[in-house]
Design a protein around this ligand. Structure first.
Ligand code: COA
Length: 159
């Protein structure tokens, strides 16, 4: 039973993240998508809201579990018995930060592998900040995010 974790802020989850989850499902027996309670980032949605949006967006996949963590990602991975950490690489600009994080995580926990997956190229320009900005100005974001997220954003910014 090979379990991996896919950590992120997911504020909110986008179709780019879902694309990465689907690729990870093809490779591993179980994928735990885990929301970081990251004090360094000011988030639009609470951890509970981000978890709920992920659960609704991924409920068709029985081998995907959604949870949250605070503290170090390696500690959460170890507690879950995960063999690796999934991260998405969209462009070269992601590389340096991801490289540093992967090497630090390897230093902290030598057995844990970081696995990089590339989403479909149509998602390379997507991130959660862009989605939040578009939604604030009531732009249609339905082609970029799962339905549950589009509904949540619509409700948030309805005047
Ligand atoms: N499609 C679309 N967007 C994507 C994406 C994809 N496939 N992959 C990443 N992104 C976007 C996110 O939406 C996010 O956009 P935003 O900055 O506009 O909100 C950005 O890329 C990066 O987000 P994310 O993947 O959530 O990473 P992060 O940098 O916010 O969080 C953690 C990374 C949570 C894994 C990291 O901070 C962590 O491990 N924290 C725990 C503490 C720890 O262990 N520290 C030591 C690490 S060395």
């Amino acid at each position: 039973m090979r379990r991996v974790i896919y950590p992120g802020t997911f504020d909110p989850v986008t179709n780019g993240h879902i694309d990465i989850v689907k690729r990870a499902i093809d490779l591993f027996d179980e994928v735990v998508v885990t929301v970081a309670k990251n004090p360094a980032k000011t988030s639009m949605f609470t951890v509970e809201e981000r978890v709920e949006m992920l659960r609704k967006s991924l409920d068709e996949f029985p081998n995907v579990i959604v949870d949250w963590f605070d503290g170090l990602v390696v500690d959460h991975a170890k507690a879950l018995g995960a063999v690796g950490i999934i991260r998405g690489l969209r462009a070269i600009s992601d590389f340096e930060y991801e490289f540093q994080m992967a090497l630090m995580n390897r230093k902290l926990s030598a057995g844990l592998k970081t696995i990089f997956l590339m989403p479909h190229e149509k998602y390379t320009y997507l991130n959660s900040t862009i989605i939040r900005n578009l939604a604030q100005f009531k732009s249609d974001i339905s082609e970029f995010v799962p339905e549950a997220v589009a509904e949540k954003l619509k409700a948030k910014f309805q005047s």
